[in-house]
Design a protein around this ligand. Structure first.
Ligand code: NAD
Length: 282
């Protein structure tokens, strides 16, 4: 099993003031990788967390058990984020359990890579459906719930917060991964257009753009020292990221610490978006 993140005890110690206390968050694809890390940080910051998974209840349950054993509150919720009915049922279940949803972190995503001329319509549509439509469906249910429930000034200045999990590939082109890069480029305009539309309701919408983070999705790119060395040529900060790097920023964007930030992508990438190939004059 992949373990490149802090323990729940270490994560809890980061948030003594519990900035998300009294709030409820849904994190999709939270039985693995970045989503798991984000769920752990958001729970440690005091929120009730719905740990969404599509397959693999054991992993989701293990994350919840660890959070619950360390003073947090987490439940596992199954839903395929590309299914409208499943996403609506997930929100209804979480609202019936915790009363409302304050924070939505659509994170679930996948790759189906192919050279462009070989890319099947199925590979194209599958990636767009999970990565982009899935984020649309979750964000829409979240906005509906924020508007239905109304303000809760005792827990947050915002009516609600959405934190999309995008990628450096919302701006960096990625040959061989055109479907994936297109889905992340789509998230950029989903996030910005939605942020513009709902800002008057005090709903904040932002994205995190991870660079290379050690998770199962990109294991082959960092698993051996040779692969990691090659990857580091793209990362000026000279280390591969870990899920805790993302979890910390997710807590910031979900909390009132970022109350005046909306419509932005925060790249968490060790400088990958700084065109490192130009560092020595290009
Ligand atoms: P991961 O494979 O560990 O996690 C992806 C999660 O999404 C898994 O839990 C998977 O079960 C879930 N998922 C897939 N299809 C789903 C569906 N239909 N419904 C619900 N859940 C579904 O990979 P990760 O690296 O943790 O990726 C998480 C997010 O971060 C993705 O959106 C990915 O594009 C993004 N990201 C990752 C990196 C990186 O370097 N790891 C970089 C940039 C962006």
């Amino acid at each position: 099993m992949l373990k490149v993140m802090a323990t729940q005890v270490e994560i809890e110690a980061l948030y003594p003031h519990k900035p998300l206390k009294g709030q409820t968050a849904i994190v999709t694809g939270a039985n693995s990788g970045i989503g798991e890390g984000v769920a752990r940080h958001v729970a440690a910051a005091g929120a009730n967390v719905a740990v969404n998974y599509v397959v693999g209840p054991e992993a989701a349950n293990a994350v919840c058990e660890d959070i619950n054993a360390n003073g947090g509150t987490a439940i596992a919720v199954q839903a395929d984020v590309s299914s409208e009915a499943a996403v609506q049922t997930m929100f209804a279940d979480v609202i019936s359990k915790f009363g409302t949803v304050d924070i939505c972190i659509p994170n679930a995503g996948l790759q189906r890579d192919a050279a462009f001329s070989q890319m099947s319509l199925e590979q194209w549509e599958f990636v767009l459906k999970v990565n982009l439509t899935g984020q649309f469906l979750c964000a829409r249910e979240a906005v509906k719930e924020f508007l239905r429930r109304g303000p809760r000034p005792e827990v947050s200045s915002s009516l609600g917060k959405i934190v999309h999990m995008s990628s450096v590939h919302e701006t960096i082109p990625w040959g061989g991964h055109v479907n994936y890069a297109s889905s992340k480029g789509g998230i950029l305009q989903l996030m910005k257009s939605l942020a513009q539309e709902v800002a008057p309701h005090q709903i904040r919408v932002n994205s995190i753009g991870p660079g290379a983070i050690k998770t199962p999705i990109n294991r082959s790119a960092w698993e051996t020292p040779e692969a990691e060395q090659k990857l580091l040529t793209l990362i000026p900060y000279n280390r591969v990221g870990v899920v805790d790097d993302i979890g910390k920023v997710a807590v910031f964007l979900a909390s009132d610490q970022s109350d005046y930030i909306t419509g932005q992508t925060i790249f968490v990438d060790g400088g990958m978006t700084l065109y490192p190939g130009f560092a020595t004059g290009g």
